[in-house]
Ligand binder design. Structure first.
Ligand code: FCB
Length: 448
């Protein structure tokens, strides 16, 4: 262990968890009636994913979920955040459900509960059924109704056992990178489609909140946003304007309408033509918490070659990064938690935070990952500082339980507390897993 986090300062009941998402871990992509998603398609586009990697097998969690729950039990986590694959339960996105797919999540949820862990279910983590994309996907306003019908299915089936639901994960990432800067499925570059997708995701969120509220007694609902400071690379007018516009897309385009009932100013003017009367009331529904995914800040620059004229700048000289060019600035995490609390006045759950690496087992099969321990130490300390400064943080989920399919980057970046040998599926807890288990244990002892 290279660094020790102080366990003091976390209140009794503070929730410690781990996060995953369906397409990144499940595998069994063509098994038991699952339909294709836009990510299955993206993986088959030449150059779509590094190395031509796919989620076909991933961590084979579909078959090895019991082993993965045992790993979580070993960590001592109180909660597990996962997502349901829409195309596994509704292979064509709407219409006839797939019993075998529904059965899988029954087994998973029952086993998670059996292990004494709270299931936190996210309805949408980027795997839109391909059949719905063929009908226009997020750019088609009907998607809000398709999403609501899917939410009814999930709420009715699991709402007796699952009480914590998120509607969507990182909507700004999958709309911006899906429809403007083609780093994610469906890989389109079209301003109008991007604007429509933003608005329709917000409508889908609002419809999903109503469905969950109606169908799940005692439900607790949130949406999960990736908020991070956007810093202009230079002081030039162009870079400052690019950073301000990226800030609207990245940080405000979803939480502002969902929680404050308005779009940020630049986007408001652009989205207006795609709105109908009453839309803001449909979007802005009461929720119980806000989920924050945060890894580090963004350095932004003007870039006329991109769809919206903004781009990602290099890190400042000397900035620490955690392996894939993502910067390490824990104090900005602290500030972000305080900002969210002040702006939205809801309890905050950190739904993702973590560190990549290309950790490999040593000659004895052990996986030592001191850089991840250092990162998690700095960030959990910063979270505690934020709480002392008034941030209303109620829980923290590490991304991720397992090394997994890292979207367009394939299997290169490893974010897991647990190493996965992809050819065999063998799981090996890293030294960071022991560090996290110890933090959880000590924080409970200190709080008690
Ligand atoms: C987030 C995603 C998650 C994972 C982490 C590293 O943007 O929500 O699925 O890829 O980044």
């Amino acid at each position: 262990m290279t660094a020790a986090t102080s366990a003091e300062g976390f209140p009794p009941g503070f929730l410690w968890g781990v996060s995953t998402s369906a397409y990144q871990i499940e595998g069994a992509a063509a098994q038991d009636g699952r339909g294709p998603s836009i990510w299955d398609t993206r993986c088959r586009v030449p150059g779509g994913v590094v190395n031509g990697d796919t989620g076909d097998v991933a961590c084979d969690h579909y078959h090895r979920y019991a082993e993965d729950i045992a790993l979580m039990r070993g960590l001592g986590v109180g909660a597990y955040r996962f997502s349901v694959a829409w195309p596994r339960v509704l292979p064509r996105g709407r219409g006839a459900p797939n019993d075998k797919g529904l059965d899988f999540y029954d087994r998973l949820i029952d086993a998670v509960l059996e292990a004494g862990i709270e299931p936190w279910l996210c309805l949408y983590h980027w795997d839109l059924p391909q059949s719905l994309h063929d009908l226009g996907g997020w750019a088609n306003r009907d998607v809000a109704g398709w999403f609501a019908d899917y939410a009814v299915l999930v709420a009715r089936r699991y709402g007796d056992r699952v009480k914590h639901f998120a509607t969507v994960n990182e909507p700004s990432v999958f709309t911006l990178f899906g429809y403007a800067i083609p780093w994610a499925a469906p890989g389109i570059t079209d301003r109008a489609m991007n604007l429509r997708a933003i608005h329709h995701v917000n409508l889908a969120h609002g419809a999903g909140v109503d469905v969950l509220r109606d169908h799940v007694p005692g439900v607790s609902i949130g949406a999960i946003h990736n908020c991070q400071p956007v810093i202009p690379a230079t002081d030039s007018e162009a870079d400052r304007e690019a950073a301000a516009f990226l800030d609207e897309h990245w940080n405000l385009a979803f939480p502002d309408p969902q929680l404050l009932g308005r779009y940020p100013s630049r986007l408001a003017a652009l989205i207006e033509p795609h709105m109908q009367a009453g839309d803001m009331a449909r979007i802005c529904r009461p929720t119980d918490w806000i989920g924050l995914n945060h890894y580090g800040p963004i350095f932004a620059k003007a870039d006329a070659s991109t769809t919206w004229g903004f781009g990602w700048a290099d890190l400042p000289d000397g900035a620490e990064d955690h392996g894939i060019g993502w910067p390490v600035f824990p104090e900005m995490f602290r500030d972000e938690l305080v900002r969210l609390t002040r702006r939205y006045r809801l309890p905050v759950y950190v739904a993702e935070n973590g560190c990549s690496g290309n950790d490999t087992p040593d000659a004895n099969g052990a996986v030592d990952d001191p850089r991840r321990i250092r990162y998690l130490t700095l960030y959990t300390d910063a979270m505690r500082d934020a709480m002392r400064a008034g941030a209303d943080v109620r829980g923290y989920f590490v991304w991720s339980l397992l090394d997994s399919f890292e979207w367009g980057s394939g299997y290169g970046p490893r974010f897991g507390l647990v190493h996965v040998d992809f050819p065999t599926g063998t799981r090996t807890p890293k030294s960071s897993a022991r560090w996290y288990a110890e933090l959880i244990r000590r924080s409970r002892t200190v709080a008690a």
